[in-house]
Design a protein around this ligand. Structure first.
Ligand code: CU
Length: 502
């Protein structure tokens, strides 16, 4: 008897020690990562003590953020497991919700947010890892401090009225901007904005192209909030460079704590800042001729596709002279409530869609993603074994398609990979509006899989019959019934809205 209890006790002890060893290991891993990160800070020769401390702080922030995300990820996984019927998905590697935005600046006057790196979510998105998306929002009557980015950008104004000033050597230009304007801002351009409206917020979505990390640089700042990059240099060096005899003058200019990035401006200041603004960026499309630098408005054009169920406005790289360098196309889709766009697929472009208004959902067919084999997305480098397994599966019965599904609301972002069939649906309550950045957009085509222009109807009778194993008539009854093109009445719409909204 005693022997039995002793054995049980020993066993318990053994498990407890295993558990604690695991916990210790986990802590140690994080500790090690932190130490390694902070170690690197210490060995940055150009860092002074203050910068070292800040660097170390950033290491801590980074790890904290990572832990937080892991936690959210776990909770999300549990949630989704309970949620979906039949075809399960634990998470969606193509969907980014409000948790995926990192706030960079949050002030009374405005805010900026950056979407996490695409590969932090899933390795399936490594093809677009050098793209980042950010949101800029300024309150009425504000001026936002001049800064530059180490990245090329394409911007789309989603709301409001303002001016943007672009400064390069010997050149300063100010343009009026409003909803629908597209702007290309070359890397290193010093940019500042004024929201000149009395009521409306000025909102801009930016797509940045940069390998790796991207940063904003403020020169006209102070000690902090924001800090000026001039403070990275010794005062003596600055005094010499500016040819100023008193160091104090330099220290005073850069030594104050500033009032933030978004500053309230007076009527007079706004008048002065905006009075030279030109409205003519150029009439789009710019065929031939010079290279206008200013914005053009997407809504000045006729939609490339439109009917009662939606409209699509597009700026393709070859039509907008500033876009080809980046090979990014920009489009705006307005899907009527209860309606849908697609199914279709893109031949070359990876599409990053940002929801600006409305609610709905998307569905996409993906042969890559298998919820059963995927781990945490952060480390979802698929193992050899998994890839072999997949290849075997493919050998047997062709690829299998996972239904990727995601709810959409303002601020959510989703990615569509090349060749992946996709459909986007608006809820019954409101129109769904999306701004899309199409990466690798040159020569991209949308191949429609339903509707008047669907690609299947171009096949010969024999090809249809052999492929489906039924007479052509039966194929045509399905594929030739829809008379609309691209935008269609959605499933609920057609049945009189009797279905529960999903
Ligand atoms: Cu896929």
């Amino acid at each position: 008897m005693t022997y039995f209890f002793k054995a049980k006790f020993l066993l318990l002890l053994f498990f407890l020690s295993l558990l604690s060893a695991n916990l210790i290991l986990a802590f140690e891993r994080e500790d090690l990562e932190l130490q390694r990160c902070q170690h690197q800070c210490k060995h940055q020769e150009k860092f002074d003590e203050r910068q070292q401390r800040e660097c170390e702080q950033r290491c801590e922030d980074y790890l904290e953020e990572k832990q937080r995300r892991q936690h959210v990820e776990q909770r999300r996984e549990q949630g989704y497991q309970e949620e979906e019927d039949g075809k399960q998905y634990r998470d969606n590697p193509y969907l980014f919700d409000e948790q995926s935005w990192r706030t960079v600046i949050e002030e009374e006057g405005g805010s900026t947010k950056v979407l996490e790196r695409f590969t932090r979510k899933s390795n399936l998105l490594r093809g677009i890892d050098n793209f980042r998306v950010s949101l800029y929002e300024a309150n009425p009557r504000t001026f936002s401090l001049p800064n530059h980015w180490d990245a090329e950008s394409v911007s789309f104004v989603t709301n409001g009225y303002g001016t943007i000033t672009l400064v390069k050597n010997n050149n300063r230009e100010t343009f009026n901007i409003k909803r629908g304007d597209i702007l290309r801002i070359p890397a290193g351009t010093i940019v500042y904005l004024v929201n000149k409206d009395k009521q409306e917020k000025l909102q801009i979505i930016d797509a940045f192209s940069i390998p790796g990390h991207f940063e904003t640089f403020f020169g006209l700042g102070g000690k902090e909030n924001p800090e000026s990059y001039f403070r990275a240099f010794n005062t003596e060096i600055l005094a010499a460079a500016f040819n100023v005899h008193s160091r104090e003058k330099v220290e005073r200019l850069f030594g104050e704590r500033k009032k933030g990035v978004f500053l309230r401006a007076s009527e007079k200041q706004i008048r002065e800042l905006t009075k030279h603004a030109s409205s003519e960026g150029g009439i789009w499309p710019f065929r031939g001729g010079g290279r206008p630098r200013g914005p053009f408005n997407l809504f000045d054009q006729r939609p490339s596709t439109s009917n009662n169920f939606g409209e699509l406005y597009e700026a393709k790289p070859h039509e907008f002279k500033q876009l080809p360098e980046l090979d990014v196309g920009v489009s705006f889709a307005n899907i009527s409530r209860g309606a849908m766009a697609g199914p279709y697929f893109n031949t070359r472009a990876v599409k990053v869609a940002v929801v600006v208004d409305g609610t709905g959902w998307f569905e996409m067919a993906c042969p890559h993603y298998h919820p059963s084999t995927s781990q945490s997305f952060e480390e979802q480098g698929r193992s050899r074994l998994q890839e072999e397994e997949e290849e075997e599966r493919e050998g047997e019965s062709g690829p299998q398609y996972q239904k990727i599904r995601g709810q959409l609301s303002p601020g959510t972002v989703f990615v569509t990979l090349v060749g992946h069939p996709l459909v986007v649906l608006a809820s019954n309550d409101e129109n769904l509006q999306l701004v899309c950045f199409e990466i690798n957009a040159e020569h991209n085509e949308r191949i429609q899989l339903a509707g008047k222009e669907n690609v299947i109807q171009q096949l010969e009778k024999e090809a249809k019959e052999l492929s489906f194993g039924v007479p052509e008539k039966q194929v045509d009854e399905v594929f030739n019934s829809q008379k609309e093109s691209f935008f269609f009445p959605g499933p609920h719409h057609r049945h009189g809205g009797g279905h529960a909204s999903t």
